[in-house]
Design a protein around this ligand. Structure first.
Ligand code: AP5
Length: 238
């Protein structure tokens, strides 16, 4: 069974409106970690723009040429490119049941474009879940993160979530590596360049009345529990 909100349809009957959740937070706040957990529990599709771009880079698709210099330097990919990728992804059949968006929108232009696309689908963002973490902790998380090179890109941390065997993924046995944008010099650039536009997106959803902030400097399970509670309330499940 997929998760959807039941609402009155145009003829008075009940129709299923897909649920769209947005995960907001600075680089390293835990958006990816939490969006996978929420998507699984709520039976929604997780869509991460960072993962879409990194997949293109791995596979060497034409999109890789457009995004490489931005992603590797930790600079935002231009809005027209990002919007094209997301619009295409949200039109796929597996996305029509509802989505947890991780890493998108990241600018006011992207947020407004998403509103427009969802309006055309007869939907809207049910909740924007903002994970707040202070800068020293963000730097610690990003510099210690290791990601598996398998297709699922399982995420580890050298201190807080180490693999059982050094540099080997517990789940699929792939080698672990550091993302190029997690090197010390790039982390600083990401935080400096990406936080100002993110705050505009936070304001956008605050003005829309769907923003929910959670403290992200707590154990992963505690953050998940609060996000699920907020998502359930926003989507009418509790
Ligand atoms: P993207 O992949 O979205 O990177 P990001 O936003 O920088 O986010 P991260 O993946 O670094 O962190 P996260 O918040 O998901 O944290 P995670 O769960 O991994 O984007 C990459 C690049 O693509 C961008 O720089 C840009 O160039 C481009 N891009 C993407 N989207 C774009 C867009 N919309 N527009 C334009 N350009 C775009 O956790 C981090 C670490 O902390 C992990 O090791 C994890 O194990 C650990 N951790 C998580 N939670 C906790 C916790 N509660 N306690 C302790 N450790 C924790």
């Amino acid at each position: 069974m997929t998760h959807a909100t039941r609402t009155d349809g145009p003829r008075g009957g009940l129709t299923a409106t897909p649920t769209y959740l947005v995960m907001l937070g600075a680089p390293g706040a835990g958006k990816g970690t939490q969006s996978l957990r929420l998507a699984e529990r709520l039976e929604l599709l997780p869509v991460s723009t960072g993962d879409l771009f990194r997949a293109a880079l791995r596979e060497g698709t034409p999109l890789a040429t457009e995004v490489r210099k931005y992603v590797e330097k930790g600079v935002l990919v231009p809005d027209p490119v990002t919007l094209r990728v997301v619009e295409e992804r949200l039109r796929q059949p597996d996305a029509l049941r509802g989505v947890v968006l991780d890493g998108f929108p990241r600018t006011r232009v992207q947020a407004e474009a998403l509103d427009g696309q969802l309006t055309r689908l007869g939907a809207r963002v049910a909740a924007a879940l903002y994970i707040e973490v202070d800068t020293p902790e963000l730097v610690r998380r990003l510099s210690g993160r290791r990601v598996c090179t398998g297709p699922a890109q399982h995420v580890y941390h050298l201190d807080s979530r180490p693999p059982r065997v050094a540099d080997v993924c517990d789940i699929d046995g792939s080698t672990l590596e550091q993302r190029p944008d997690d090197r010390a010099e790039t982390i600083q650039a990401r935080l400096a360049r990406q936080l100002p536009p993110m705050y505009e997106v936070v304001d956008h959803y605050a003005n829309a009345g769907v923003l929910h902030a959670v403290a992200g400097d707590r154990p992963v399970d505690d953050v998940t529990a609060e996000l699920l509670r907020l998502a359930d309330r926003a989507t009418g499940r509790s």
